[in-house]
Design a protein around this ligand. Structure first.
Ligand code: GLU
Length: 553
């Protein structure tokens, strides 16, 4: 009786009974074993790498037949930033993560909404009231100062801090006293009345961490704050129950709160969902691992990857390799499959936080980009440059067919080159197709006189051939008179008989044309640059070698 009286004191009259919500949000009619997952970001800034990572794991866990939805956890209005929700939703979209339900860019989808916590205030009130009705929650009028004093006392006595046992001051408050304090204008929170004891251990099975034993919760933690807004703990239980989530996949910073959550679910009469606590992505600092941080690490915000020009596919591919040690082997065996076909298993995730490895991301990305069509690379580079490097954009957008021809070299071949890890690499990669950076080094085995002779001879024999083998024949032709072996096999057997091989001679030509030791297929480059430009470069190279000669003499 006095519980109901307490409810009357605390809540407004016309609240819907909690049971009605059970009716309104019936269990989902899905085949046995179908997984329902969700990502529950708080709109406090940009899409964080950790949120993307969790979303990826949520979406592959739900799989093609499951449900993966977004719920916006905007109960902390102080931390909310403008545009925070669209930053997150657009970010997920950019990475090809497409929730099938929830709060989306196209409004709310699904019949379990609203999917934004600020729109669910009444629902939380109803469930909090249902607890108060049963004497399982009560108002607490402690001020921040009082709570601090208790904490200080607990610390002094070397006791566990918190609102529990003898420290739970308002645990037995009467409705009359509550009414009196409310009349005086005193703010209050609603606390859960824990029936647990520290002495008891609870056993939980985490899908990633395995079996865990933890002390039962005995804290009378807050479920509704003084403005009637729920705490994370309470909203998690109410929302994930009513939205019929089967798998709670979240960062392992929540693991220590699990006893509270399990107790809440049970007390509210909800089925406890399955839990999977993910170890965060870490960084190495001075030899120590630490959680990736929004403040210290630019890569904590996924916008970093976009700015650098990493394709979304690369970041996802990299995160998949972080999520599962079996992914890379699978990828080798299935080079062209979508990552969504990988049989992901939460149970095989690493227990400790994986290190963010920029070099690994580069390698993964080179591989991903090497499989893109020239058309896709061209468009992606143009889009990236337009936004992040306008000078480069000016240069390459004048002739997009030419740009595409550059990216076509050594693409669509059995072993495509892996030169580009991110679109920002494209500027240096394409540089010599636009400007001839006149500098000339000589291959180790070629002296200046031979270099000049070889290049001059090459000009005499060079014609724009249609096949690489004919092109190579032309280079072979000029080798022997200068003492270079035209046949690489023969050179390998008898190197002492020659100054060098046809390989050194082509490096010389490559250096003259591109100023680089290494480049994609030189035959294709020369065809694209055209004979006149190639000859101009060779002449310039000869002039530079002449100067070099003078310096040496
Ligand atoms: N809003 C919570 C967070 O940002 C979500 C945690 C969860 O997935 O339950 O950490």
């Amino acid at each position: 009786m006095s519980n109901l009286k307490m409810s009357d004191v605390l809540f407004k009259e016309n609240l819907r009974p909690a049971e009605e919500y059970e009716e309104l949000y019936k269990p989902r009619n899905l085949p046995e074993g179908t997984k329902v997952t969700r990502v529950a970001p708080s709109p406090t800034g940009y899409l964080h790498l950790g949120t993307l990572y969790v979303s990826l794991i949520d979406s592959i866990t739900a799989g093609e037949n499951g449900v993966f939805y977004v719920r916006i956890e905007d109960t902390d209005k102080k931390r909310e930033v403008e545009g925070g929700v669209s930053n997150i939703l657009n970010g997920l979209k950019d990475f090809g993560i497409n929730p099938t339900e929830g709060y989306t860019l196209n409004g709310e989808i699904g019949s379990y909404g609203p999917y934004k916590q600020s729109l669910r205030k009444e629902i939380y009130q109803s469930f909090a009231k249902s607890l108060v009705d049963k004497g399982l929650a009560y108002p607490c009028f402690c001020t921040a100062e009082e709570l601090n004093e208790v904490r200080a006392e607990q610390e002094k006595n070397k006791e566990r801090t918190g609102y529990y046992g003898k420290y739970a001051k308002h645990r037995n408050i009467t409705p009359e006293k509550a009414q009196e304090l409310i009349n005086e204008g005193k703010p209050f929170v609603v606390r859960f009345k824990s029936m647990g004891s520290e002495e008891n251990k609870i056993k939980v099975e985490d899908l990633i961490k395995g079996k865990i034993e933890m002390p039962e919760n005995d804290e009378d933690f807050v479920i509704l704050k003084s403005d009637g807004i729920p705490t994370y703990h309470f909203a998690h239980a109410v929302d994930d129950h009513l939205m019929r989530t089967t798998h709670i996949i979240r960062g392992d910073e929540w693991l220590s709160s699990l006893p509270k959550h399990i107790q809440l679910f049970k007390t509210l009469g909800f089925k406890v969902p399955k839990y999977a606590h993910i170890a965060p992505i870490m960084k190495l600092e001075n030899g120590n691992k630490r959680k990736i941080s929004k403040r210290k690490d630019p890569e904590a915000a996924v916008s970093f990857f976009k700015e650098q020009g990493f394709p979304a596919e690369s970041v996802i591919e990299y995160l998949m390799s972080v999520a599962s040690s079996e992914f890379e082997a699978w990828r080798k065996a299935n080079p062209n499959e979508s990552y969504t076909k990988f049989k992901f298993n939460l149970k095989k995730m690493s227990l400790s936080g994986a290190l963010f490895d920029g070099d690994k991301l580069n390698d993964v990305s080179k591989n991903v980009i090497s499989k893109f069509s020239a058309e896709k690379v061209t468009n992606s580079v143009l889009n990236w440059a337009k936004e992040y490097n306008t000078a480069f954009y000016e240069k390459i957008s004048k002739d997009t067919d030419y740009l595409k021809a550059i990216f076509s070299i050594d693409r669509d071949v059995p072993k495509p080159r892996k030169d580009i890890a991110k679109w920002s690499d494209a500027e240096s990669f394409t540089e010599y197709f636009y400007n001839y950076n006149a500098k000339m080094a000589l291959p180790e085995k070629i002296c200046p006189d031979d270099a000049i002779g070889l290049l001059s001879e090459y000009k005499k024999v060079y014609t724009e051939r249609q096949s690489q083998s004919e092109w190579f024949e032309d280079i072979k032709q000029i080798c022997e008179p200068f003492g270079f072996c035209a046949n690489t096999k023969e050179y390998r057997v008898n190197p002492q008989n020659y100054k060098g091989s046809v390989g050194d001679v082509s490096t010389l030509i490559r250096l003259a044309i591109t100023s680089r030791q290494n480049s994609p297929d030189l035959f294709s480059i020369m065809l694209l640059l055209k004979k006149e430009e190639c000859f101009k470069r060779i002449d310039k190279a000869i002039a530079l070698i002449e100067e070099l000669k003078k310096e040496i003499q």
